[in-house]
Ligand binder design. Structure first.
Ligand code: PMP
Length: 304
């Protein structure tokens, strides 16, 4: 990770190395926070942040669901993100807003602890590797189940919930795979450790619903619209592990992962083991849109 110059912390820009928190911060001990992952791209009309307002609105919703006070208007945070990108001279990059409880309470009840809001940005390439984007990645079903709606909130981006993703991701890497695939407690596909899943079978595109334990991904929503508007039949479907073994194509979506083909599930080739035509089309449509080369959804590009 290449440090940048400034991080926005509770309303002001501070030098990268001064953006620190106390070791007794509540969020550090109990994972009481919510965060976002956003990308900015260089476009022909200048740097644009992809669906920035939607990401900041999801942060507001996550905080609401988790009961974390949210002392900002979405528009103020949108402006703060643009300021962070400008002040660091970033033409493209990854943006990480996070809100969390600081010091003031050490019991589980966070009342009395201050709430912080931080926005950092830095340059970040393909999350699952350039080779993964080109040729596809190898994934395996994890022995860890996706956190369920009765225990936490898979559809809120709460920091504590990510221990679930970290366990699944590290086990997958250790076993020689590129990424983990998490089932929910009913044995249905939820998502990757940090990506939503799509599957193509007999010409129809399917993605599991958020009720299956998937995050309401903004890339998922974008790719869903782009493929549907491009004429593909696409729907939310409960997906089993066997469905993936029979699938013609599988791919992941996410802000960090963008559109990454999956070439193997549990040591079985997906289709003929190469990214298929729908996956390639989804990549073209998504990357063309975020980079402002296609004018399909100009409202998704928020210029810095
Ligand atoms: N699922 C999980 C668990 C994630 O962390 C992410 C990344 N935010 C996604 C899905 C993809 O969401 P998005 O497209 O909004 O980045």
């Amino acid at each position: 990770m290449n440090p940048t110059e400034h991080i926005w912390m509770d309303g002001e820009l501070v030098p990268w190395e001064s953006a620190t928190v106390h070791v007794l911060a509540h969020g550090l001990h109990y994972g009481t926070g919510a965060f976002e992952g956003i990308r900015a791209y260089e476009t022909p009309k200048g740097t644009a942040v992809f669906r920035l307002t939607d990401h900041m609105d999801r942060l507001r919703r996550s905080a609401k669901a988790l009961g974390i006070p949210f002392g900002y208007e979405v528009e103020e945070l949108v402006d703060a993100v643009k300021l962070v990108l400008r002040s660091n001279g970033l033409k493209s990059g990854y943006v990480r807003p996070i809100t969390f409880y600081g010091t003031g309470s050490m019991g589980l009840n966070p009342a009395g602890a201050g709430v912080h809001m931080v926005i950092a940005a830095w340059e970040w390439g393909a999350y699952l590797g350039e080779e993964g984007i080109q040729n596809g990645i190898r994934v395996a079903v994890s022995s860890w189940r996706r956190i369920g709606h009765n225990a936490f909130m898979p559809d809120a981006k709460g920091t504590g919930g990510y221990m679930n993703s970290v366990l699944a991701k590290s086990a997958a890497i250790k076993a020689g795979y590129d990424e983990a695939l998490l089932l929910n407690e009913d044995g249905l596909i939820a998502e990757g450790s940090g990506e939503n899943l799509f599957m193509v079978r007999k010409g129809v595109v399917h993605t599991p619903p958020t009720s299956a334990g998937a995050l309401d991904g903004i890339t998922r929503d974008s790719v869903y619209s782009l493929l549907s508007e491009d004429g593909y039949e696409i729907k939310e479907t409960q997906v089993t592990r066997t469905d993936l073994y029979y699938a013609d194509e599988v791919f992941f979506t996410g802000t960090a992962a963008e559109v990454t083909p999956v070439r193997e599930v549990d040591d079985r080739d997906v289709g003929d083991g190469k990214p298929g035509p729908v996956t390639r089309r989804a990549q073209e449509l998504y990357m063309g849109t975020v980079k402002g080369e296609l004018d399909l959804h100009p409202e998704w590009l928020e210029y810095v």
